[in-house]
Design a binder for this molecule. Structure first.
Ligand code: 9MR
Length: 351
């Protein structure tokens, strides 16, 4: 198979973004960096920053209590150092990818819950202090309102998680304070999904998010940034105004706002024509990213670079009915630049 020579390829998204004062990065997997040369080349070409897709999660780092396994994360850190790329961290406190022992310990009373959170955060941040300067400290803490894809029962505004059951809403304060103490200059980020689109459920989640961060800040809880994941769906309407209003309100509260996990799910009845499908993805990606940039976002991450390894391809709960796969990342399953790549280029160039 003949490939275009590297020199003939236009500049990557990372460089295009940088020329316009923006950082572009993508979620990466350590194993693939080591085993798939095309994958590694794509990251070298396109991403100025990376975030571990799973290697920074609790279950990956501390599968057994007190026994930390940093090897997969270290693979990414070593690659990033060699390639002079920055790394952000994801995710210290999250209800998923939590090992059974931790879930059990969280159920053994507030003291035990606090102590395992403390130990985990301290140990992980001590390890990444020299290499990671921005961590998702708390991830997906807001309950999905009625009308969401996966609504939570009851009218609780915070997600019913093992952490909430152990410590109540204060677990969020605790996690952020622990992170601040463990690494005082670290940027502390709260990361959330389901808040970008123009649906009643997203509007309610935006309200909950703003109420939460305003409450945290008013009580002096340390928090520096909010990550909007940006897992978009073409089946849901998008309008710039609600997103602009959210980002503006967060920035007025003194927080930075990042796009942390962008990708796009097509509809099950997407057109057959590739060009027609791509036009829809391109339009949505441009509308979303250009709106975020105009509102002051300066960091954009996609959740992977290529459709080949995307959770939108590999996770049956979100995959497109076979044989088609979502074209929801900047590179297609053969690592060719596609519609989203072009939309990001255009949005970065115009910022
Ligand atoms: O893409 C990630 C997938 O490979 C992992 O198996 C899964 C569980 O750790 O997490 C996926 O990433 C999620 C991210 O951590 C948080 N936001 C939603 C992402 C997609 O599910």
């Amino acid at each position: 198979m003949s490939r275009p020579a590297a020199a003939s390829l236009p500049t990557g998204l990372g460089a295009i973004a940088r020329q316009n004062g923006i950082t572009f990065g993508a979620a990466v997997q350590s194993g693939l960096l080591a085993t798939d040369a095309d994958y590694a080349a794509a990251f070298r070409r396109e991403a100025s920053m990376v975030v571990p897709e799973w290697e920074g999660k609790w279950g990956a780092l501390q599968p057994t209590e007190g026994e930390f396994d940093t090897a997969p994360l270290d693979g990414i850190l070593a690659w990033a150092k060699a390639q002079e790329r920055l790394v952000r961290g994801h995710a210290l406190v999250w209800h998923q990818h939590l090992p059974a022992w931790a879930e059990e310990a969280l159920g053994q009373g507030p003291e035990r819950a606090t102590s395992i959170m403390q130990a985990h955060i301290r140990r992980v941040l001590a390890h990444t202090r020299a290499s990671i300067r921005d961590w998702d400290v708390v991830n997906e803490v807001i309950a999905d309102p009625p009308g969401s894809d996966t609504p939570q029962a009851g009218d609780l505004e915070l997600r019913d998680s093992p952490f909430l059951r152990a410590l109540g809403p204060a677990y969020i304060d605790e996690a952020l304070r622990m992170a601040r103490r463990a690494d005082p200059l670290l940027r502390l980020t709260l990361n959330e999904y389901g808040i970008e689109e123009d649906t009643p459920a997203a509007a309610e989640k935006r309200r909950r998010l703003l109420a939460l961060v305003r409450d945290l800040l008013s009580r002096g809880v340390p928090l520096d940034a909010v990550g909007l994941q940006g897992h978009l769906q073409l089946a849901k309407p998008f309008r710039p105004e609600p997103l602009t209003a959210l980002i503006t309100a967060l920035r007025q509260a003194g927080l930075s706002v990042l796009i942390t996990e962008m990708d796009i799910r097509e509809t099950a009845d997407a057109p057959q024509e590739l060009a027609a499908r791509d036009a829809l993805v391109n339009e949505r990606a441009y509308a979303f990213v250009s709106t975020a940039l105009a509102a002051g976002v300066r960091t954009v991450f996609t959740w992977g670079l290529s459709d080949r390894y995307s959770w939108l391809t590999t996770d049956p709960s979100v995959a497109m009915p076979a044989p088609r796969t979502h074209r929801g990342l900047p590179l297609d399953a053969s690592f060719r630049r596609n519609a989203m790549w072009e939309a990001l280029r255009r949005a970065f160039a115009g910022a």
